[in-house]
Design a protein around this ligand. Structure first.
Ligand SMILES: Cc1cc2nc3c(=O)[nH]c(=O)nc-3n(C[C@H](O)[C@H](O)[C@H](O)COP(=O)(O)OP(=O)(O)OC[C@H]3O[C@@H](n4cnc5c(N)ncnc54)[C@H](O)[C@@H]3O)c2cc1C
Length: 443
């Protein structure tokens, strides 16, 4: 059997699952099944950063041009004191494109997901989507992964399916991850970050009479307002027709909730209360959110896993490396995973389960240390942004002051040139291509 004949089952049609399916189809794999609990891609009302490392992969997969056409190019960023709106740092980002070959853009999550999905639909002879269909149990991880598929339509019976390769791209609450660590007798707890986030979108029509906000929505700028234990990051998306805000604040609403709850309809007055001491501009922005449309997300991560691979099964994206959003790299890293998986599986020298396992371990080699380093960095950046009064904050603010004078690191790691070099300068596809033989041999 040629590697392209392998039967690949992908759980989840999020960023990681869609990228895996598209990248594999581009490599000629023709038996790809994607199982997705939701009835369609959904329309999650939120923005997303399309960093150069993500853009590079999307371009390689042939879907970047369409996504780019709806996105906004970010040319500058401003970090400000939430309470006073005083600027702490301003970073010109023009160098990003000339340094990394891609602009730093921001877009609508739907635009990104749909771009990937449309790319998949061009391979409808190779990829079969099973929407409104959950995988409810994993019976075996190899040599032929076996699992139970449960259609939402109760007139259809659950059935057992098998594949040669199983990819668990089923998100932060991953069933595959839980089953895998249980089978491997590993403990890896869900980490409560004690942080939550509001996701807010303001339409241009709502702010026509507000010149200050109009200037922001028409800009090419990411703005971050920071305060103790809280911040807001904001940028325009969808060709400057929507202003997207994402906040981080101490989690109080989910604290008592069950583990199953990750998002909830928030209360507008509670949201306003959290940022009550932020400046009038922020207050006004938050006030534009219609009552009943406040959406709050619980931010959770996991303890790092010792492995992402069990027999012929691998984890992808948030299933194995969920992150705080402060580096804006969660989806980008899930997308890197998908692209690398396609490279290693396309290079399989043989299609027996042992070779498949070794190829998946090569994927882990390319991806795991990098993804976990970025998870750590995102958490550290959040800690620096959220400092309250004290020596550490004084030190941080000295760094901001030095930056104004033109030197030193940016405490907001997202905007720091050295951090960007680590994140954006890495070509995961090239790395997988060049090091496959070495990593395959090590496994
Ligand atoms: C506040 C916030 C802001 C963020 N901002 C950014 C950003 O700017 N840039 C960035 O790169 N990332 C960002 N992220 C992170 C990013 O959204 C995630 O890392 C990314 O969506 C993970 O993709 P995934 O495919 O691994 O998981 P998901 O997108 O969660 O997809 C998993 C899919 O699996 C399906 N599924 C689950 N269980 C099953 C099952 N048993 N059977 C079938 N289907 C199943 C789910 O329905 C879902 O569609 C942010 C996250 C948050 C919380």
């Amino acid at each position: 059997m040629a590697q392209q004949d392998l039967k690949i089952a992908i759980l989840g049609a999020g960023m990681g699952g869609l990228t895996s399916a598209l990248a594999l189809a581009n490599k000629g794999f023709k038996n790809i099944d994607v199982y997705e609990t939701a009835s369609d891609l959904g329309f999650v009302g939120a923005g997303i950063q399309l960093a150069p490392n993500m853009a590079r992969v999307l371009d390689h997969l042939g879907v970047w041009k369409g996504i780019e056409a709806e996105a906004v190019n970010i040319e500058e960023t401003s970090v400000r004191v939430g309470a006073s709106d005083t600027e702490l740092a301003h970073v010109d980002l023009h160098y990003i494109e000339s340094t990394y070959g891609y602009k730093h853009m921001v877009g609508h999550r739907y635009s990104l997901a749909n771009g990937l999905y449309q790319g998949c639909l061009k391979h409808s002879d190779k990829i079969t989507f099973h929407f409104a269909t959950s995988v409810s149990e994993i019976q075996s991880f190899g040599p032929k992964p076996t699992f139970t598929v449960t259609p939402r339509d109760t007139s259809k019976q659950p059935y057992t399916s098998t594949a040669d390769v199983l990819l668990g791209a089923d998100g932060i609450k991953s069933l595959v991850r839980v089953a895998m660590i249980s089978d491997l007798n590993i403990t890896s707890d869900v980490k409560d970050t004690q942080q939550a986030a509001y996701r807010i979108m303001i339409n241009k029509d709502q702010i026509r009479e507000d010149p200050e906000l109009l200037a922001l929505i028409n800009s090419t700028k990411v703005t971050r307002w920071i305060g103790e234990k809280r911040h807001i990051i904001a940028y325009p998306v969808s060709n400057n027709t929507i202003y997207n805000l994402s906040t981080t604040q101490p989690d109080s609403n989910f604290a008592a909730a069950t583990n199953a709850t990750y998002t909830t309809k928030g209360s507008k007055s509670a949201m306003l209360g959290v940022f009550a001491d932020f400046c009038p501009l922020v207050q006004r922005m938050l006030n534009y959110v219609p009552e009943g449309e406040v959406c709050e997300w619980k931010l959770r991560t996991h303890e790092p896993l010792p492995t992402w691979v069990h027999q012929s099964t691998a984890l992808v994206g948030d299933a194995c490396h969920p992150t705080l959003p402060h580096l804006a790299q969660g989806a980008a890293q899930a997308i890197e995973d998908g692209a690398v998986l396609a490279v290693v599986l396309s290079k399989l020298p043989a299609t027996d389960p042992e070779s498949i396992h070794k190829a998946l371990k090569a994927y882990e080699k390319v991806r795991k240390d990098r993804a976990y380093a970025l998870v750590e960095l995102a958490a550290a950046s959040g800690r620096a942004l959220h400092l309250g009064d004290g020596a550490a904050k004084e030190q941080r603010d000295k760094q901001f002051a030095a930056l104004k004078a033109g030197k030193g690191p940016v405490p907001d790691k997202w905007a720091d040139a050295d951090v960007q070099k680590e994140i954006y300068g890495f070509d995961c596809v090239k790395e997988a291509d060049e090091r496959f033989a070495e990593y395959f041999g090590l496994a």
